[in-house]
Design a protein around this ligand. Structure first.
Ligand code: NAD
Ligand SMILES: O=C(O)C(=O)C[C@@H](O)[C@H](O)[C@H](O)COP(=O)(O)O
Ligand code: ZN
Length: 367
């Protein structure tokens, strides 16, 4: 068992990583058991593949479960489902101290975390992430949100979970495409600040994508440790530090908007293309070597991930994509900061980027 602390004063919590942890959930979650029951929010695919394991573990301890099963997919992060979920939680007379369980990928974690942040002005919740992406990224750090007609994650709150239980064995039922999408956020940690880890990713990508337990456990632990460090240093993204976790996301969110938040392009896939674009744009600006940009693109392509607009299936013009970027929530003083790179493992926040220049650059990219 590995415990990674997220140091946030009175909002501190642990991330537990252990193969088979879900089967011991009754004991592991016991400190957060308050209401004499567990409200477990999940979605249909996770219900089919993994809910039974959690149910078996929790009911063996004699604590009843109140399941709430939502539709799967990015479209679930919307106002209508948020409203019905909050009404359902209120109908169940959820108490603030009664930790709601978010069992699922980033969609469930973001939605349930946001619902928990507003119901009764803030209820406790715990995360049991079931995708690689949610295990390495979204379950940690307390960013919660739904999407708006204006863009990705534009309505949300910072609301930290009380505990994160990561069981890598739940990934055994995850489709290969989803594993690759999660891998994009793993590579992100190397690209933004850890060249050695980036090299480890290049060497071990095939093993990790193939489900090798050792590679998987190492990637999860390294990712979670990196994220916990960054979040502890800059919880609310006010110090140009947490913003580094947005590497590839300003481009990526525009691609997601353009593809309608559909399974045409998964979040991790959009981030992969976005990171390759961020490196190519950095090279065009003379900030990093073109060779680095090429190396990143080749790595992502070999992992089965898109590395540009053509792979992402996006034909929109630079101006249209820049129009999406203008809604980025990091925008300040009319400028959208971009996470660019001086090299692999050396990302930084550039607040002087002109969107028109990004649009010009995107127009040079193959469609
Ligand atoms: N809050 C954050 O810090 C943060 C970080 C990264 C991403 N995100 C958000 O996370 C979301 C993407 O998360 P995701 O990639 O986990 O997507 P997801 O939650 O949609 O899950 C991906 C797919 O896998 C299925 N699934 C989940 N677990 C499974 C399992 N164990 N076995 C079989 N199928 C399973 C789901 O039904 C879905 O079809 C995006 O909305 C993104 O914006 C948030
Ligand atoms: O935790 C963070 O901070 C991140 O930026 C992680 C990202 O992978 C994630 O997609 C996040 O939701 C993007 O943040 P947003 O503030 O741009 O919505
Ligand atoms: Zn992301």
């Amino acid at each position: 068992m590995t415990l990674v602390p997220v140091a946030l004063g009175d909002r501190s919590y642990d991330i537990l990583i252990e193969a088979g942890a879900i089967d011991r959930a009754a004991a592991l979650l016991a400190p957060w058991q308050r209401g004499g029951r567990w409200i477990v929010v999940t979605e249909e695919n996770v219900y089919r593949h993994q809910f039974g394991r959690l149910q078996a573990a929790l009911s063996a301890a004699g604590v009843p479960i109140e399941p709430i099963v939502l539709p799967p997919g990015e479209g679930t992060k919307n106002w209508d489902i948020l409203r019905s979920l909050t009404e359902r939680l209120l109908a169940l007379e959820v108490e603030r101290s009664e930790s709601i369980v978010a069992l699922g990928g980033g969609v469930i974690g973001d939605l349930v975390g946001f619902a928990a942040s507003i119901v009764k002005r803030g209820c406790d919740f715990v995360q049991i992430p079931t995708t690689l992406l949610s295990q390495v990224d979204s379950s940690v750090g307390g960013k919660t949100a739904i999407n708006s007609a204006h863009g990705k994650n534009l309505v949300g709150a910072f609301h930290q979970p009380r505990f994160v239980l990561i069981d890598p064995t739940v990934l055994d039922t995850l489709p290969r495409r989803e594993v690759a999408a999660g891998y994009a956020e793993v590579v992100k940690y190397g690209l933004l600040g850890d060249f050695d880890f980036y090299q480890w990713c290049e060497t071990n990508a095939a093993a990790l994508l193939g489900g090798d337990p050792d590679a998987r456990a190492y990637a999860i632990e390294m990712s979670v440790r990196a994220k916990a460090r960054i979040v502890a240093a800059d919880e609310r993204e006010t110090a140009d530090h947490r913003a580094l976790l947005n590497l590839g996301h300003t481009f990526g969110h525009a691609l997601e908007a353009e593809t309608g938040y559909s399974d045409r392009l998964l979040h991790g896939e959009a981030v992969a293309a976005g990171m390759a674009l961020a490196f190519r744009y950095s090279a065009r600006r003379g900030l990093c070597e073109a060779q680095d940009a090429g190396r990143v693109a080749a790595h992502l392509r070999a992992a089965g991930l898109p590395q540009g607009l053509a792979d992402a299936g996006v034909a929109a013009s630079g101006a249209v994509l820049a129009g999406h970027m203008a809604h980025d929530k990091k925008k300040s003083g009319g400028r959208v900061p971009f996470i660019l790179a001086r090299g692999i493992g050396n990302a930084f926040v550039d607040k002087q980027v002109a969107l028109a220049d990004v649009a010009d650059f995107l127009d040079t990219e193959p469609r």
